[in-house]
Design a protein around this ligand. Structure first.
Ligand code: UD1
Ligand code: CA
Length: 465
């Protein structure tokens, strides 16, 4: 079958009350429009046209990775009927699947179901309907005494009797033969709203005596996003769907109501996810990991058995198996942490690689550093990587011991197995196997404290007099 797809995404989304185009509002970290694009991609259409208008440039820019899309600009937002009409010249002969860009939960499976019905019933026009008495604002499908579809009436224009009688709602997903596009110019402007309603095509096709039908689909997939409240509801439904999937695959969630897992994330078996956790982007979490509360992991890869302790942020980083991170750690982008490493409380890393078995347990900054294996980084160690203008690298070779409260002023290299004494300010390279010490010699002034107390005592006696 020659399949064309048209995604309607030009609307201003007035009810969102936003400066951001509606279809760019995010659901689980991805723009709403992305979901519609992904759902149709697997159907391998010969052409996918996206109608844009409000915020057209922003929408195009955000979707630029999807280079198979053709964008058509609807200059004046004259309604869904007008939006499809302007796509017409882009379409090839065959079938046209039309869907709204504000319907992120629709699945390929449901679209296939509609396509199959359309084919087997040899319709000219088929569309999805659903029943949900808890919501309003959708088109209502009007059927005659024989049960045949005759037209769609928008909720806001429906009479109280129509509202009572017709509770089958329009899902806004249509499949039509290109012949139907010829009827688009028969749609009249709605006198109340001044818009051309695509839904009026139903009445026109029915009156022309062509075969058409509405098929019931799952309401939880068909519901659209028109308001911020719906944005939350739809996001929450998707969130639950994703978490249920990972539970099915052997992941434990201590409180699934407070964990957020983006759609492209993967999680290994027997991993345990604590409450208040965010697994974002395309993160990959290995088997047998533990992610403790208050953690956000963005676009990062965790090996097997990694433990992320409470209140840790991990961004665009890789962590090897058996490593323990946190609590209160911050792995900034391009941190590559080896196996069995310990990155402890209040440790920050950035653009650094840390070798296997190395420990930085407390209060440390490692930026632009290459750290070897089995290094001990003492509490309060800082790589001074920035001179106010440029960034410089620090190299710490394997088996080095850095004493607490040391500053390593980059560019600098600490050779294999060297020791840096506590409190050092290292400005020169340290050769392998050496001890670097940089402090003024300590003096102990004998009896000093006793003398000080005596002076204090005599002073306060004078004040009292
Ligand atoms: C539409 C249907 C309604 C259906 C519902 C399902 C019409 C008239 N009504 O209502 O029957 O129940 O979808 O979700 O079609 N758009 C454009 N150009 C425009 C206007 C809209 O591209 O000039 C796009 C929007 O960006 C949106 C989609 O079309 O993605 C639907 O528009 P929207 O205003 O949300 O229609 P609804 O009122 O939800
Ligand atoms: Ca809508």
């Amino acid at each position: 079958m020659n399949l064309n797809v048209v995604i309607l995404a030009a609307g201003r989304g007035k009810r969102m009350n936003s400066l951001v185009p509606k279809v760019l509002h995010e659901v689980s970290g991805r723009p709403m429009l992305q979901y519609a694009v992904d759902a149709v991609k697997t159907l391998k259409p010969q052409k996918t046209v996206v109608i844009i208008g409000n915020g057209a440039e922003a929408v195009k820019k955000r979707m630029k990775a999807e280079d198979h899309l053709s964008f058509v600009i609807q200059k004046k937002l004259l309604g869904t009927g007008d939006a499809l009409a302007i796509a017409r010249k882009e379409l090839k002969k065959g079938s046209v699947l039309v869907l709204n860009g504000d319907c992120p939960l629709i699945t390929t499976g449901t679209l296939k179901m509609l396509l199959n019905k359309h084919k087997s019933d040899q319709n000219m026009l088929s569309f999805l309907s659903f029943v949900d008495n808890s919501i309003s604002g959708y088109g209502r499908i009007v059927r005659n005494e024989n049960g045949s579809v005759v037209r769609i009436v928008e909720d806001k224009h429906a009479t109280p009797i129509e509202k009572k009688r017709f509770n089958e709602l329009n899902g806004g997903v249509y499949i039509m033969e290109t012949e139907v596009l010829g009827y688009l110019n028969k749609i009249r402007k709605n006198s109340f709203s001044g818009e051309y309603y695509l839904t009026d095509i139903v009445d026109i096709v029915a009156k022309a005596g062509k075969k058409l039908e509405a098929y019931n689909g799952p309401p939880e997939e068909i519901r659209g996003v028109n308001t911020r409240e719906e944005l939350f509801k739809i996001s929450d439904m998707l969130r639950k769907r994703i978490i249920a999937k990972w539970m099915g695959k052997g992941v434990t969630f201590i409180d699934p109501d407070t964990s957020f897992v983006h759609p492209l994330v993967s999680i290994g078996k027997d991993t345990i996810i604590y409450p208040n956790t965010y697994l974002e982007g395309s993160s990959k979490i290995g088997n047998n990991c533990i992610v403790y509360p208050g953690t956000r992991i963005n676009n990062s890869i965790l090996g097997v058995g990694v433990i992320i302790k409470d209140n840790t942020v991990i961004e665009e980083s890789r962590i090897g198996g058996g490593t323990v991170i946190g609590p209160f750690a911050h792995l900034r982008p391009h941190s590559t942490i080896g196996r069995n490493v310990k990155i402890g409380n209040f440790v920050e890393t950035k653009k650094s690689s840390i070798g296997d078995g190395t420990k930085a347990s407390h209060l440390t900054y490692l930026g632009d550093a290459v750290v070897g294996r089995n290094v001990n980084i003492g509490a309060g160690t800082i790589t001074c990587n920035y001179d106010g203008e440029n960034k410089f690298n620090t190299i710490i070779e394997s088996d080095v011991f850095i004493g607490s409260d040391s500053q390593l002023v980059a560019p600098v290299k600490i050779g294999k197995g060297a020791y840096v004494a506590a409190g050092a300010t290292i400005t020169k390279n340290v050769p392998a196997g050496s001890l670097a010490i940089s402090r003024t010699k300590q003096q102990n002034l004998k009896g000093w404290a006793e003398r000080k107390r005596k002076v204090q005592k005599s002073r306060s006696a004078i004040v009292r007099k």
